[in-house]
Design a protein around this ligand. Structure first.
Ligand code: CO8
Length: 256
């Protein structure tokens, strides 16, 4: 690895930490490349059932690297397919928990929102300050923030540059849990272990189902859910999970 991301395996979970702390984990091209390739590698490994993505205590990430952006032109961005690279995160199949402490701004907030759920330290600050730089949130901010918190608050955050505290983000539906300052990573790992202990096939199907809710009509979403349910029933894990309950024992899921 380049050192820009740190990967720690503790099967069945893995922890990936952004490691450019002097620049508050500003998402340079090299950092994004290292991140995407680390995540894709873990995603291809069946032994990894949940991934935690974090930064440092001071910053999850303070956005795209402004020094790099200052010299880049639109055609450079287009040819390099810089924003398209982010789709790789959305396409991961392994559940991804963002562990957010401190600044979570611009592309950093968009990265956290690309994860399946966010655990936030009480120190977290969420914001989309791009219009103050003369650009706009371009890696999903206008879409994902609006879907998460609704139009009124999304407009406020994106147009005025206001940041949201962890508690505001919790109340608005942007984050799943708020935890004490010192527990930001441990609590995210604990949650990841809870996720990883459940049926792996079912977990992935359920994650896809929730994602569908944002992309389709209710009718098509319900149809998807029904088919996914039947598929879950076809798994060995479903037999194991249901029998284990009846036999009053802990299930041993194999991910099959
Ligand atoms: N890019 C590059 N360097 C950064 C960034 C950044 N986004 N954020 C902080 N840094 C650097 C600072 O320049 C400083 O470096 P140095 O020590 O060499 O001067 C170091 O990190 C520490 O930062 P500060 O001294 O500024 O720390 P403060 O505690 O005073 O302030 C803030 C912290 C408030 C977070 C402040 O650093 C800040 O405002 N940062 C910029 C936040 C921002 O505007 N983010 C949005 C960036 S644009 C974006 O994300 C667009 C995404 C679109 C998709 C991209 C597709 C390619």
């Amino acid at each position: 690895m380049s050192g820009l991301v740190l990967v720690e395996r503790d099967d069945p979970i893995a922890v990936v930490l952004l490691n450019r702390s002097k620049q508050l984990n500003a998402l340079s091209d090299d950092l994004m490349d290292a991140l995407v390739s680390s995540l894709q590698k873990l995603d291809g490994d069946e032994a990894v059932r949940c991934i935690v993505l974090g930064g440092s205590e001071r910053a999850f990430a303070a956005g795209a690297d402004i020094v790099e952006l200052a010299d880049v032109g639109p055609i450079d961005l287009l040819y390099a397919r810089r924003v398209e690279r982010w789709d790789a995160i959305r396409n991961l199949w392994t559940p991804l928990v963002a562990a957010v402490s401190g600044f979570c701004l611009g592309g950093g907030c968009e990265l956290a929102m690309s994860c399946d759920l966010i655990v936030a330290s009480e120190t977290a600050r969420f914001g989309q300050p791009e219009t103050g730089l003369g650009i706009i949130p371009g890696a999903g901010g206008t879409q994902r923030l609006t879907r998460a918190v609704g139009k009124a608050l999304a407009m406020d955050v994106i147009l005025s540059g206001r940041t949201l505290s962890a508690d505001e983000a919790l109340a608005a539906g942007l984050v799943a849990r708020v935890v004490a300052r010192e527990a930001w990573l441990e609590e995210a790992k604990r949650l990841a272990r809870d996720i990883a202990a459940r049926g792996p096939v079912a977990t992935r199907l359920a994650k896809e189902g929730v994602d569908r809710a944002y992309e389709t009509t209710l009718g098509l979403g319900l149809e998807y859910e029904r088919r996914a349910l039947y598929l879950a029933f076809a798994s060995d894990d479903a037999r194991e999970g249901l029998r284990a309950f009846v036999e009053k024992r802990t299930p041993e899921f194999k991910g099959r």
